[in-house]
Design a protein around this ligand. Structure first.
Ligand SMILES: [Ca+2]
Ligand SMILES: [Ca+2]
Length: 449
């Protein structure tokens, strides 16, 4: 028997095992049994990070020891002191944490995108990663891989990602093809991940893929951390916490902290200036395709929101005046937006970016023109960005430049461009000239570029 035949047979057997395991899983799974865990007060949401700071280290071991010795565990204040997630803090947790710090194997528990407790079979080691999800979602995994330094471990991707821009996602067309993710056919996705030789997958947030990967005998994992700035319905960590958490799971905590340093710097610059700025009202109109209706990205009353909303709402002194009572994403008549009469309209365009700034400008001008009857348009206050930048980990790098457009007297435009350039240079593998690129294009009316 040649090795290819052996491989195919092995996969066939594995697939049968998965199918059997999935049947058991779907019978036994009861979502109500999955309790919500406190997100803690920190932003590194890995069990074992007892002191809630940005480091997963010996200081946590010391605190777990102290808590175990005292017999008094405040599970609200130090939720992650329970390193092995068994509901108690004792010497087992000390040993559990020490094992990971020595690079030992085990289930590392963390808070996932939904705010639930999930686990990863630590460490990543030399395992290969597949990126799952369509071109409008899966690219988050490709960006995280570049930013955190695990891009070379990504060897397979969703079909739709493989056709994305090589200048932003180098080598993406050569990744093994795992087909187009289809929520109705998880078995095929999992089978294709395995056939591609990957045992770890990430990208979009797909709980059924996570569940299916964990039903396979051996160490198979889906990482339920969506490095979009999207906040899940019902609550969950923000993009900073998700990045920090992914950093520990995949042994790239230093790179994750470097991102957070950027984030903290930019946030403090904007916040410092914000107190003196005139607050403006806004509405985000997403992927508007005609002059009659548009979709709205907003913060729903349950706190859920898409990444572009989170970046703007959470950092700039602006008030979202869309109706928050329903979903975080819904369709309205453009007439309704005119009635809301925001100071600013943001036109955000989905993940597929233009190559050059000129091309992007044409895309955004067309979208902006749908709002030509608005006060915002008439006063030159329509701005725009691609969701692939503003809604993702790198969105924060655009905030200074955007602030310079909104409050030209308080923010320096050149400094905004420089911040964006430096952040992209430090994040992406290829150099991109942010002033000429369509990808990082930030639209403002009457701009030259
Ligand atoms: Ca810590
Ligand atoms: Ca414990």
């Amino acid at each position: 028997m040649d090795s290819k035949t052996t491989k195919i047979l092995t996969i066939a057997v594995i697939v049968i095992v998965i199918a059997a395991a999935l049947t058991v899983f779907f019978v036994m799974n009861n979502k109500d049994d999955k309790g919500k865990t406190s997100l803690g007060s920190g932003r590194l949401l890995v069990y074992g990070n007892a002191d809630n700071d940005d480091y997963y280290d010996e200081a946590d071991v010391d605190l777990i020891k102290k808590i175990a010795d005292s017999g008094n565990w405040d599970s609200k204040k130090n939720p992650f002191a329970d390193a092995n997630n068994d509901g108690k803090v004792n010497q087992d947790d000390v040993a559990y944490m020490q094992n990971f710090l020595k690079g030992g194997k085990g289930k590392m528990y963390y808070i996932d995108h939904y705010g639930n407790t999930s686990y990863f079979n630590y460490p990543l080691g030399d395992r290969k990663i597949a990126v799952v999800g369509s071109s409008s979602g899966g690219y988050h995994g490709l960006i995280a891989g570049q930013m955190l330094g695990f891009y070379d471990k990504i060897t397979a991707a969703d079909s739709s990602l493989r056709t994305m821009d090589e200048s932003i996602y180098p080598g993406v067309s050569k990744l093994k093809d795992i087909g187009n993710y289809n929520s109705g056919d998880i078995d095929t996705t999992v089978e294709n991940i395995m056939t591609a030789g990957c045992s770890v997958a990430l990208g979009g947030v797909y709980q059924p893929v996570y569940d299916a990967m964990h039903q396979i005998p051996g160490e198979y994992d889906y990482i339920l951390l969506y490095t979009s700035a999207f906040i899940a319905t019902g609550g969950g960590p923000d993009v900073v916490a998700k990045t920090m958490t992914m950093g520990v799971l995949l042994d790239c905590a230093d790179e994750a902290r470097e991102y957070v340093r950027y984030y903290d710097d930019i946030q403090s610059q904007v916040k410092k200036a914000a107190s003196e700025l005139k607050n403006m009202s806004y509405v985000i109109c997403y992927n508007t395709k005609n002059a009659v209706t548009t979709h709205i990205d907003t913060v729903a009353n349950d706190g859920s929101c898409a990444g572009d909303t989170w970046m703007i709402y959470n950092h700039l002194p602006m008030t979202d005046i869309a109706d928050h009572s329903g979903k975080n994403y819904y369709e309205v008549d453009i007439e309704t937006v005119l009635q809301w009469d925001p100071d600013v309209i943001f036109v955000v365009v989905s993940g597929n970016t233009a190559e050059t700034a000129e091309e992007a400008k044409a895309v955004f001008e067309e979208r902006a023109a749908y709002f030509s009857e608005s006060r915002a348009y008439k006063s030159g206050m329509v701005f725009g960005s691609y969701y692939a930048v503003m809604g993702t980990v790198i969105g924060v790098s655009q905030l200074n430049l955007l602030a310079s457009y909104l409050w030209p007297g308080s923010f320096n435009e050149e400094a905004g461009w420089d911040t964006l350039q430096k952040c992209l240079d430090d994040t992406l593998i290829n150099h991109i000239d942010v002033r000429k690129s369509g990808y990082t294009y930030l639209y403002r009316m009457n701009a030259k570029a």
